[in-house]
Design a binder for this molecule. Sequence first.
Ligand SMILES: Cc1cc2nc3c(=O)[nH]c(=O)nc-3n(C[C@H](O)[C@H](O)[C@H](O)COP(=O)(O)OP(=O)(O)OC[C@H]3O[C@@H](n4cnc5c(N)ncnc54)[C@H](O)[C@@H]3O)c2cc1C
Length: 365
Amino acid sequence: MKVIVVGAGVSGLCTAWALVKKGVEVTLLEQGPIPNPLSASGDQHRIIRRAYGGQTGYQRRIGAAYEAWDALWDDLGAKHLVDTGFLIVSQTGRDEAVDYRQGLVDGGFPVEDLSPTDAAARYPFLDAGTIHSAAFSPEGGVLLCQRVAVGLRDWLRRAGADVRETTKVSAVDTDNGRVTLATGEALVADHVVVTAGAWVLDLIPALAASLTSYRTAVAYLAPPEDLRAAWEAAPAILDVGGTVDGYVLPPVAGTGLKVGAGVHKVPCKADDRRVPEPGEGERIRDLFGPPFARIGDYRVTEVVTCAYTFTRDEHFFAKLSPRATIVSACSGHGYKFGAAVGRCVAQGVVSGDREAMRSWLEARD
Ligand SMILES: Cc1cc2nc3c(=O)[nH]c(=O)nc-3n(C[C@H](O)[C@H](O)[C@H](O)COP(=O)(O)OP(=O)(O)OC[C@H]3O[C@@H](n4cnc5c(N)ncnc54)[C@H](O)[C@@H]3O)c2cc1C
């Protein structure tokens, strides 16, 4: 069987990996380099956590996500996951952080409650006077996305897959398994898997009925010198409390300290506004004080723009055509499922039971 995979973010790379392991002849086409810094998967790191709060379908699948990553680490000969645990900070006792904590308790996950003074003693970058409470769970961490991408790209090539960078697809014929490249060259396979992230709307505009693409940006920060060691030992922070929907990735394994906030995202086409705006990093940074003390002392070192898709209810998306499967593991929480999504899509394509595949991805059971 021959399969073309369009797009080498985490979904495409992992689908190619799982297909190759099933003996499929794979061609993987990526418009940029691998990793592509413009893709949703191309940044330095992403959060993974076992507790999934209200999204019960994904809660039931998180064990499969960890199992799939473990299988991938075995193949790559390296674990690109740092088990930092994760922290939730509530500023008011009524914000979303409280719901996340309750999700941990309800799910029977280990959780350690911290008073403001205990939290600030353990994590000195917190301003105790601005927080209501904090909770730590050891079952989560930081996935090193760029290392995952490089590891998979090289593994795929060693395994005989045809991995083509700077190869843009301009059209997909979903009925006939045919892909046209920007150069005009046509490729045909038994099946095409489209994992094109936010660009899927350029390839198949009708999907705008189900998917909306957004632009956001994250800021990398250099903390004040006296807080550097505290940050290097910090857990991932899933929610900083308040109303900004803010999260923090600690500087682990050579990565940077990164902050991002849900309130910063706006509807946008994948290629639009990809240059950071003047002062954008400082605006993102300032969303984090509170709960961090001395936020103005953090220097913005880099701002990275991102494009990603959302469905209305934040479940993943799959469209099945006669000779193509279009997958969007999206809505801001898909990276952690990357290896499991790849296994699921490969199983659906090879077995032909793509309805089971769609059901797993959409996670409504
Ligand atoms: C700021 C931010 C923070 C996030 N935080 C988390 C988190 O902490 N935890 C988590 O689990 N998830 C998180 N996510 C979500 C996660 O990053 C995405 O769900 C995941 O990376 C999507 O991967 P993908 O492969 O589907 O898409 P992408 O990574 O966007 O990959 C699509 C690829 O297809 C290529 N492509 C597109 N069109 C073409 C074409 N025509 N021809 C050839 N190639 C093409 C693109 O160049 C790109 O490389 C976050 C997302 C963002 C933006």
